[in-house]
Design a protein around this ligand. Structure first.
Ligand SMILES: Cc1ncc(COP(=O)(O)O)c(C=O)c1O
Length: 325
């Protein structure tokens, strides 16, 4: 049973909210609060303007308080606040999936929705495992990420992620996950304009992992095409191309985590389009709703959708036991 809230609690009490990725004790002694936002600026409760130099957390791609977005949310909440997507549907979910598919590269136009980037990542990793399993390659269970990578905070995301503080106290993570080296080569690539010259060879580390573990144990490789969380790391010329080629040669699925880079952040709908390399799945979130509503998605190649959903072709039933309310 829930306890009723204490009547002694001050209305501005900061203690109850356990803030994520925050020094809670410091913050609560020195609170920095935001009260409203418009365009590129936040306003504090005292009315001071603060330039939002990071677009929220890389997620308010179209600026704060866009009337069309605000009105769409208001209108939809009044008409139909929630409709299940398990065994039922709302027409707009199908419309949105079709429109998203229309701006994804190549045939990555089968869309699975989630509620965050972390969920999108875990979804993509699970789809990769399911895909190999239904093709009779159930030994492919290893998931490969990259040093310095950030893929959210789910168990899948922290396992393939390469930021040690994000997983140090959370146990061993997914068994068999492994990591490629990061591409930050300060000594040789400092002051590069655009894509740096040096580092394509770092993709060959995937060949090393194939030699070490066997390709038949590796399900997928996930990388941010342009890394975001430990410094904005532009991929070296030829690096993503080589990663793509090695994945294709060994039957390994390539996932681009475009939670940051999607929706115009790099000058195209996706970094895949901007950089001319097409993965097998793309994870999306943040800018998908301008962060005004929590949402994520995975864009999958048609063949992945057809394979997983076709697996049950002669036995009606749920094809993928996965989803979020
Ligand atoms: C590349 C990348 N993947 C995944 C995530 C996780 O997204 P969320 O915080 O919506 O779970 C982030 C968040 O910053 C991200 O930058």
């Amino acid at each position: 049973m829930l306890h009723s809230p204490s009547t002694e609690q001050a209305p501005n009490d900061l203690d109850a909210f356990w803030m994520p990725f925050t020094d809670n004790r410091y913050f609560k002694a020195n609170p920095r609060l935001l009260a409203s936002a418009k365009g590129m600026f936040y306003a504090t409760p005292e009315g001071r303007q603060v330039l939002d130099g990071t677009a929220g957390l890389w997620c308010v791609n179209a600026g704060h308080g866009r009337e069309t977005i605000v009105e769409a949310i208001r209108e939809q909440a009044g008409r139909l606040d929630f409709a299940p997507t398990f065994q039922l549907g709302h027409p707009l979910a199908f419309t949105l999936a079709a429109r998203l598919g229309g701006i994804m590269p190549s045939d990555l136009d089968r869309i699975f929705f989630a509620n965050s980037g972390s969920e999108a990542v875990d979804t993509a990793l699970k789809i990769a495992l399911a895909y190999h399993r239904v093709r009779g390659q159930g030994s492919r269970t290893r998931l490969i990420g990259r040093e310095r990578g950030y893929h959210g905070t789910g168990f899948g995301g922290i396992s393939v992620g390469g930021i040690v503080t994000n997983r140090r106290v959370f146990g061993p993570g997914l068994p068999g996950s492994d990591h490629l080296p990061h591409t930050h080569d300060h000594a040789r690539n400092a002051f590069s304009r655009g894509q740096p010259e040096h580092g394509a060879h770092l993709a060959d580390a995937l060949e090393g992992l194939v030699n070490l573990h066997g390709a038949d144990t590796i399900a997928a490789v996930i990388v941010e095409p342009m890394a975001g969380s430990t410094g904005v790391l532009v991929p070296p010329k030829g690096y993503l191309e080589r990663l793509r080629e090695i994945c294709t040669r060994h039957g390994i699925l390539l996932i681009f985590d475009e939670v940051i880079t999607g929706f115009g952040r790099v000058g195209a709908a996706t970094a895949a389009e901007r950089l001319g390399v097409t993965p097998d799945m793309i994870t999306l979130a943040k800018g998908i709703t301008n962060a005004a509503v929590p949402m994520g998605a995975v864009a999958c190649r048609r063949e992945i959708y057809d394979t997983v959903t076709g697996a049950m072709a002669d036995a009606a039933g749920i094809e993928l036991f996965h989803g979020y309310t």
